[in-house]
Design a protein around this ligand. Structure first.
Ligand code: SF4
Length: 294
């Protein structure tokens, strides 16, 4: 398989076949993100993608088969619908055992597509869109240069639902800094309530050298909240979100406290655990720094 640079995928796509269809991220501006800073965004040529599919098919014939496939890199959904349909058709032709295709997508990529186009992608095999929303607060969205507005977040969720695509939303604890911590948590809970996605994953902000966020922190323009303050954000998001049926998790490697449950049913148990840990304020209850990952 042809992989250019570092390859990223959501934790739940760990067993999936990774097919790189774009290189980098077309936005590449979110202040905390260093995933694709070394890559100039470009779509991969179809000939290379098809060569990868043929290679994966040969592995599959020898019994090495994943049932799921993830389209890399950062926002493969930004590709034209025509190109995505060509890729999805190629997957069906060469890897007929693939049951679900996933991709990252956000307000920009979903916003450029109609519900009809998204439905056509779903019918061609696309199953799930992982959406790095990070925050539902307008001020924080602007601070982190996310490239979308809160109404666009709500619209994104509505379009994916109308197209029958599974929407998995990622939120980022601590990304409002100390100054906007409370506002970030409340705005995120409000946006999630309006979006009502079936999956939400919480990650924890890490300040990575070489990013604009690192520069902001060095200048004193951004201060990461304490570990327990970030758990308080998580508590606010869990407590305030009004979700009809959502698998909510904070078990990403970046988090200090892994939590998983279905909202609203597991809300009391999740809040009880958070309250106990926050009240004790004992860092030994949290994941040690050296075991955290990005
Ligand atoms: S859209 Fe995603 S991949 Fe692109 S810069 Fe932002 S966080 Fe990074």
């Amino acid at each position: 398989m042809d992989y250019v640079g570092r390859i990223f995928r959501p934790p739940s796509e760990a067993p999936s076949l990774l097919l790189q269809v774009t290189i980098g991220c077309s936005h590449n501006r979110c202040v905390y993100c260093d995933m694709y800073r070394d890559k100039q965004f470009r779509p991969k040529p179809w000939a290379q993608i098809e060569a990868d599919l043929i290679e994966a098919a040969a592995h599959g014939r020898r019994g090495i088969r994943s049932k799921r496939l993830f389209l890399c890199d950062g926002d493969a959904l930004i590709l034209s619908t025509r190109k995505l349909l060509q890729i999805l058709d190629g997957i069906r032709k060469h890897l007929p055992w693939i049951e679900r295709v996933g991709t990252y997508g956000d307000t920009r990529s979903v916003g450029r597509k109609s519900v009809e186009e998204l439905t056509a992608l779903r019918e061609a095999g696309l199953g799930i869109v992982y959406h790095g929303m990070e925050t539902g607060d307008e001020e924080v969205l602007e601070l982190i240069d996310k490239g979308g507005t809160r109404p666009e977040l709500i619209e994104t969720a509505a379009k994916l639902r109308a197209a029958g695509l599974t929407h998995s939303v990622i939120v980022l604890l601590g990304i409002g800094g100390v100054a906007l911590s409370e506002q970030h948590a409340r705005g995120t809970a409000e946006a999630l309530s309006e979006m009502d996605p079936p999956y939400v994953g919480a990650l924890t902000t890490t300040i990575v050298p070489g990013t604009p966020l690192h520069d902001m922190a060095a200048r004193g323009d951004f201060e990461l909240p304490s570990k327990f303050r970030m758990l308080q954000e998580l508590r606010t998001i869990v407590a305030d979100s009004q979700l009809r049926a959502c698998r909510f998790s904070s078990n990403h490697a970046s988090n200090y406290l892994p939590l998983r449950g279905t909202l609203p049913g597991d809300k009391p148990a999740m809040l009880e655990m958070l309250d106990q840990v926050i009240a004790r304020g004992d860092e030994r209850l949290l994941k040690p720094e050296h075991l955290r990952g990005l």
